[in-house]
Design a protein around this ligand. Sequence first.
Ligand SMILES: [Mn+2]
Length: 310
Amino acid sequence: MNKVSLIGIPLDLGAENLGVDIGPNAFRYQHIKEKLEESGIFINDLGNILCNPRTSLRIGEPKLKYLQEIVRVSEKSANKIFNIIKKNGRVIALGGDHSISLGLVSGASAALNGDLGLIYLDAHGDMNTDKTTSTGNIHGMHLASLMGFGDKRLTNVYDTSTKIKKENLLHIGSNDLDEGEITFIKKEELQCYSIFDILSHGLAPLFKLIDKLQSSVKNLWISLDLDVIDSIYAPGAGMPNKAGLSYREITTIAQYIGNHCNIIGLDIVEYNPLQDIEGKTAELGIELIAKLLGHNYSWYTNYMKENKIK
Ligand SMILES: [Mn+2]
């Protein structure tokens, strides 16, 4: 059986809040490899991509903070993902802030000649550009970059192609979009299923959108920002969310994706161990990775195993 490659990208330069750089090793400390292997996903841990700490860097352009180092790390991770997927491998990437998706998805898209859809679970849009951003933080811009919008140095990571065609994006769980992003989503007719949609219509229309996306591309990449989940279940997110998805909703969505989609890779980002409570956010992250890959791992499966219940 082909092992799934696990890779850490301890980059925190795309965000303001400190702590997400220790995310990958905190997941390892919580035995992510062993737990996923228990669920039947065999892991080849490739370690971390080296990221330079912010204390050794200059902020640079105020509307594109730490651009140079983020692009350098993105090129490295794109190359790594490209090589893994070219050898028929699959990828689990651990962040780091959400800007790591730029390199990951760029490498995956290149390896698959652009035949790639993106399911993006996030309370935020991450669709600003250097023209619309209020913070200059790149973790709010990379999704626009992946679709070919924004500063050329971001859109041209790895190659000059459009990494994700705008019709191949499905954004789930937004409840905190900026004005510029709302305009952008409307203008480009992007597919977004927000918290408001989930509460108004339930999950059935979302599952149809997931099916539709999977029928139009061969492979999907999943990008999961832990801040899409309610802070009761995921306190260890970079920006904890008081109005996020419940445990029931996020695990059901992950299970649906895992059972109906062809996942070539996923990233799980913005894990901040400094804000976590007894490691429960990491534990949920591990459960969601298992479910997104069509397997199962949870407190319940553990309980059944420990008590030898069949
Ligand atoms: Mn995000």
